[in-house]
Design a protein around this ligand. Sequence first.
Ligand code: AP5
Ligand code: MG
Length: 190
Amino acid sequence: MLNLVLFGPPGAGKGTQSEKLIEKYQLIHLSTGDILRSEISNGTSLGLEAKKLMDQGVLVPDEVVIGMISNQLDSNKNARGFIFDGFPRTVAQAEALDRLLNTKASAISGMVALVVDSEELEKRLLLRGKDSGRPDDANPEIIKKRIVEYNSKTAPVANYYREQNKLTTINGVGTIDQIFDSICSVVDAY
Ligand code: AP5
Ligand code: MG
């Protein structure tokens, strides 16, 4: 199985690159942000709770997202592999993911981390906020909060994979196709 963690701050291009990668490598795309937004649009109680936190730009509780990923792994038993996008976002989530994959006799193949400076991130997210309908994109203060949350809680996850020799960092600034080619050369080596 090919299990890729696509990592990076808000607006780094995780979702954009995941769409291309799932096509090329025939993987299942698991984006906790997308799953949470679909819970919100379906008006579930989980969605209602998550919305309050997401609209403020802060993380939802670990147990909520770990439960979602566990369900997705169970319902995609015959997958060739997964792209984890926006998960794991804390070290506790990374440890839980290892345990979940272990019970399926599988493991993370590697993490690709997209490196993009804060100025570029804010520019991309504000631009998307004009028509995305995502409340967390519309307000510069919320975008800043998401980046602060990333730096304090999520950035340490890269070290977790570095210690396992599974981390590759890639320049996330450039054209979408250039960045895709860089990611593919890493994935092809797995
Ligand atoms: P989530 O949905 O994961 O959002 P995010 O990580 O904050 O960032 P984005 O999805 O906005 O960015 P992206 O890296 O996917 O970039 P994209 O390709 O879209 O999370 C939202 C919220 O949900 C969190 O704040 C939290 O509350 C909650 N949550 C989710 N997962 C959680 C977890 N595991 N634990 C706890 N809470 C969780 O690109 C961004 C824009 O840039 C697009 O407009 C795109 O067109 C453009 N773009 C892409 N590539 C380029 C390029 N190369 N050049 C120029 N523009 C580009
Ligand atoms: Mg995304």
